[in-house]
Design a protein around this ligand. Structure first.
Ligand SMILES: [Mn+2]
Length: 325
């Protein structure tokens, strides 16, 4: 069954905040949704002619603890379990409504709920969900491979059906994607055991070395072609640490040598042109570490490009001073 009625040019966007910071080692990403709103995300999207509904921040307060045995090497498992179940449930409902959800994190454990729901939604419609993981890290650890036990490093593996966190969703249906539907992009930090697991699973990685050699346009177009060949749709999971730390200092897990401002915009513009994007995560923004909101503003500008903003439209300030003047 193919559903194209709501899919092809939906103009409705739903914002869902998920203030989670237990999955990361540094506290502070729970302020991410507020910073993205302050940086003008909703207004920007409205100016691009989208109808934007902000569902506010979700909360796990009052949700009772499940009774399964928490696994070893999974820090803050209980809290993340509650978030994953709640997010998966809410995200599925929003997807069914036909809106394009943008999940505002929060650390990258958010995706274990959001992407699970989107995968389930599109499976039911007979279309494959491809996931573009824009991230400095592979996030392909499991409790068996992790060095830190931080669960934000396990989200991609969980979504591909890796074992070890099997009680996370409880009664929420688990809809794993095939490892071939995942594309890691911008990777420059992978742990040793994680790398072995990825090799076994043949995880596709466009790392910084490939970006340097071939450029982002060639690599993203190749990925887009792959999605189109399968009549798939696309979820973009945008970890802010994908960007170079000099562009995006407001992250707890910065790794040097990341994507430049212009590379990141070009990626978003090409993704927009593809018409395939149906849902988005923005994760790991840590306003506590940011410099005067710079990273939040950059993230919002990139989302603008992802939804059709043309960067060339923006005027250059007339009072700009050239170096040496
Ligand atoms: Mn990540």
């Amino acid at each position: 069954m193919t559903d194209r009625t709501t899919s092809d040019r939906t103009r409705r966007i739903a914002l869902l905040g998920a203030p989670i910071d237990m999955g990361a080692s540094q506290r502070g990403t729970l302020m991410g949704p507020a910073a993205l709103r302050t940086a003008g995300l909703a207004t920007l999207l409205e100016n691009l002619d989208f109808e934007v509904v902000d569902h506010g921040d979700l909360s796990v307060a009052g949700i009772p603890d499940p009774s399964d045995e928490p696994p070893q090497n999974a820090n803050h498992y209980r809290e993340i379990q509650r978030w994953t179940r709640l997010l998966s449930h809410r995200a599925y409902d929003v997807a069914k409504s036909g809106a394009v959800p943008i999940f505002l994190g929060g650390d990258h454990t958010l995706s274990m709920g959001s992407v699970n729901a989107m995968a389930r939604h599109w499976q039911e419609r007979g279309r494959k969900l491809f996931v573009l993981w824009l991230d400095a890290h592979a996030d392909y650890n499991t409790p068996a491979t992790t060095i830190t036990a931080n669960m934000h490093g396990m989200s991609a593996a969980f979504l591909c059906g890796e074992p070890g966190l099997d009680g996370l969703l409880g009664k929420e249906p688990r809809a794993s994607i095939d490892p071939g539907q995942l594309e890691l992009f911008g990777t420059r930090s992978i742990d040793k055991l994680e790398k072995e697991l990825m090799r076994t699973r043949r995880i596709r990685v466009a790392d910084m070395r490939q970006i340097d050699e071939f450029g982002v346009a060639v690599l993203i177009r190749r990925f887009i072609e792959r999605v189109k060949e399968s009549d798939g749709v696309l979820h973009v999971s945008f970890d802010v640490d994908f960007l170079d730390p000099c562009v995006a200092p407001g992250v707890g897990t910065t790794v040097p040598g990341g994507a430049t401002y212009r590379e990141a915009h070009l990626i978003m513009e090409l993704l927009h042109d593809s018409g395939l994007v149906r849902s988005v995560d923005i994760v790991e923004l840590n306003p506590f570490l940011d410099e005067r909101g710079r990273t939040a503003r950059t993230a919002v500008e990139l989302i603008g490009s992802l939804f059709g903003q043309q960067i060339a439209d923006r005027p250059t300030p007339s009072n700009a001073i050239l170096p040496g003047e």
